[in-house]
Design a protein around this ligand. Structure first.
Ligand SMILES: *[C@@H]1O[C@H](CO)[C@@H](O)[C@H](O)[C@H]1NC(C)=O
Ligand SMILES: *[C@@H]1O[C@H](CO)[C@@H](O)[C@H](O)[C@H]1NC(C)=O
Ligand SMILES: *[C@@H]1O[C@H](CO)[C@@H](O)[C@H](O)[C@H]1NC(C)=O
Ligand SMILES: *[C@@H]1O[C@H](CO)[C@@H](O)[C@H](O)[C@H]1NC(C)=O
Ligand SMILES: *[C@@H]1O[C@H](CO)[C@@H](O)[C@H](O)[C@H]1NC(C)=O
Length: 589
């Protein structure tokens, strides 16, 4: 995640008072008329080289022990701060040496270099000093790039810190983005240190928001209790104030009785108890009389859904391809983004910490160990650590903070091994192997468990109907209920806490049937068939619908995409097909 380069040429500001200073650049000026680009280039090269030779420098900027020689006219042309300094009545306007107190030496040098070269590198390490310095010197482009950089770094573990930083430096847009990010990732945000360190007023502003994205109101209640317990002596007295914003009536009856009522923090304070009574009353009233309780606490939260796109990575059409397409659900349109660095099909594709990973796969001659990661903000792919084993037609899924690569085919045998990637350490480590070798396996995560569904067992040359469940806590795989039928290359996805297996094949027979697994009851049941037979299709769940993308029907690679609505038990095709048929592509939203 290193670096970002800005390359906008400095814009010259011609002011009457500056015109004479510009005389010595006159030779370049006539080029404006004939050729703007050549002018920019030659001007930029010429001022840069005159800086490096210290030619015609007429001011020394001093910050600490660092001295930076420069030309007033160049500084003033880019920075309103310097323009005011050199054209005003202040002593600096004539002085040969000017001290800049608020900026450290290295940063000042970087910013002056930027003024000459129009290039600056923004990194995790320097962004926190660069942004305030750029603000001071009124280098708005640099400030903007710093904000964009921070926005691209937003993560549940840092968004509250970035929000505070944006607030301090009045970066309004970044502030709003960080705030919205915190609301949208509330469940993960509250597990971090940053949340526990918030002030009362900040916690109130977060948990009172209508736009909080939480699966249940219990998360808000638990977050509040965790915040109080973090510094109980000091925070206990805030309890009633916070309870005002927790929508207790929206908790389930059982939760209210078992957890909330037992919570000592609530039991021991009458004001808090009143909120509990209000919630109980809400549950006791018949549904048509509940509106009689006049309070905001019965209003369900209305999170804004994040605009989502579906990304289709590589695939086989008919050879492995590099192309990556995105589908915009709101505008119903497909568009291309940056190609993969190399051809890839049969890869595992997942999204983790805001980035898309393409794991292993096949490049038409070799099974891959390599992993590429896509950064949507910069629209570029880069490589991260490779797996220990070559794997194509593997299953890939994110569980906790880890990306799991499950089974697959290494070019000679089907694999039962499983390895996990930690993006913080950029390392792959083996975890327990499955009981069965599985290539063309589908995987999904429900309730903290990873499921490996069907596939092909190279050893007994059979498509599989068996399913295994992995528990990361005990690092063990165990069999759960079999599917009703053998499925290799099924599309596996998760919707509403249930695991779907769509299509797939058994030998030459390609299926359109779909079944769904309920971990609570350990049973599979059939649902409506797809419109088309599909195997090796991509799958993703979005907005309560399960999408199955492309694949092949045994004779052709499909460009169509269909989705399942569990409320109506129906499959429908989306109106626009992909630009080409592809199977073995990975998908993710
Ligand atoms: C409950 O907490 C509030 C706020 O700290 C306090 O004013 C009130 O006296 C407490 N009530 C009881 C009964 O402890
Ligand atoms: C479809 O993909 C398969 C591999 O799954 C390939 O062998 C075949 O040639 C492709 N067919 C077409 C029509 O592109
Ligand atoms: C596949 O990868 C190998 C090793 O990186 C390379 O030598 C080969 O040319 C690649 N094949 C294709 C078709 O890109
Ligand atoms: C596949 O894995 C087996 C067992 O680890 C190994 O012997 C074989 O060389 C691997 N094949 C390839 C092509 O890497
Ligand atoms: C999409 O592809 C399917 C076949 O895969 C075809 O029946 C359908 O007409 C196509 N839709 C469009 C809009 O081209």
């Amino acid at each position: 995640i290193k670096g970002i380069t800005l390359s906008v040429l400095p814009i010259l500001v011609f002011k009457d008072a500056l015109f004479f200073w510009l005389l010595h650049a006159y030779l370049f000026l006539h080029n404006i008329i004939t050729n703007m680009n050549r002018f920019k280039l030659s001007f930029s090269l010429s001022v840069t080289s005159s800086l490096s030779k210290k030619m015609l420098c007429d001011v020394q900027l001093i910050a600490g022990s660092v001295e930076v020689p420069a030309h007033r006219v160049v500084l003033a042309s880019c920075s309103p701060y310097f323009c005011a300094m050199f054209t005003g009545d202040m002593s600096e306007s004539k002085a040969h040496q000017v001290e800049i107190r608020e900026v450290d030496g290295q940063t000042l040098r970087k910013l002056v270099d930027y003024i000459y070269t129009a290039e600056i590198e923004v990194t995790e390490d320097n962004v926190q000093v660069l942004l305030p310095a750029a603000s001071l010197l009124q280098l708005m482009d640099v400030r903007q790039v710093c904000c964009e950089f921070l926005q691209s770094q937003l993560h549940p573990t840092n968004c509250l810190g970035i929000r505070a930083f944006a607030d301090l430096h009045t970066c309004t847009q970044l502030l709003n983005q960080a705030h919205a990010y915190a609301e949208q990732h509330f469940t993960e945000v509250v597990q971090g240190e940053e949340f526990l360190g918030l002030t009362l007023q900040q916690v109130c502003s977060l948990i009172s928001s209508d736009k909080l994205t939480v699966s249940t109101e219990e998360k808000v209640f638990e977050a509040m209790i965790a915040w109080i317990k973090h510094d109980k002596p000091a925070r206990l007295e805030y309890m009633p104030k916070l309870m005002e914003h927790v929508r207790l009536p929206l908790l389930s009856r059982d939760y209210l009785v078992q957890i909330v009522e037992e919570e000592a923090l609530i039991k021991n304070n009458n004001t808090c108890k009143d909120f509990l009574i209000e919630a109980m009353k809400y549950h006791l009233l018949p549904a048509d009389q509940r509106h009689l309780i006049k309070t905001d606490r019965t209003r369900p939260r209305t999170p804004i859904s994040i605009p989502k796109v579906m990304i289709v990575v590589g695939g086989q059409a008919p050879k492995a391809i590099r192309s990556v397409e995105c589908y915009d659900f709101q505008e119903d349109r497909w568009y291309q983004v940056a190609d993969l660095p190399s051809r890839r099909c049969r890869a595992g594709v997942v999204s983790m910490a805001g980035r898309v990973y393409a794991v292993g796969g096949f490049n038409s001659s070799l099974r891959e160990r390599t992993v590429d990661v896509y950064d949507g903000v910069r629209d570029q792919w880069s490589a991260v650590a490779s797996m220990q084993e070559r794997r194509s037609t593997l299953g890939a899924a994110v569980l906790g903070d880890l990306l799991y690569a499950v089974g697959g085919f290494n070019g000679s045998i089907g694999l039962s091994t499983v390895e996990a990637y930690n993006y913080k350490t950029n390392e792959w480590l083996y975890v327990a192997s499955m009981n069965t070798r599985r290539s063309s396996v589908g995987v999904g995560v429900v309730d903290g468990k990873l499921y490996a569904v069907g596939g092909y067992d190279g050893a007994s040359r059979q498509c599989l109907s068996t399913v295994e469940e992995y528990d990361p806590v005990t690092d063990q795989w165990c069999y759960v209920a079999d599917m009703s039928t053998r499925r290799s290359g099924a599309g596996v996805g998760v919707l509403g806490g249930q695991l779907y297996a769509a299509g797939g094949h058994d030998g030459p027979l390609v299926r359109k049937s779909v079944e769904v697994y309920d971990p609570q009851t350990n049973t599979w049941r059939l649902v409506c068939d797809m419109n088309m037979c599909r195997r090796n299709a991509g799958v993703c769940a979005i907005n309560g619908l399960l999408y199955v993308i492309g694949g092949d029907d045994g004779s052709c690679n499909l460009s169509s995409v269909e989705f399942y609505n569990p409320a109506t038990d129906k499959w429908s095709l989306i109106p626009t097909n992909m630009s080409n048929g592809r199977s073995y592509a990975g998908n993710i939203t």
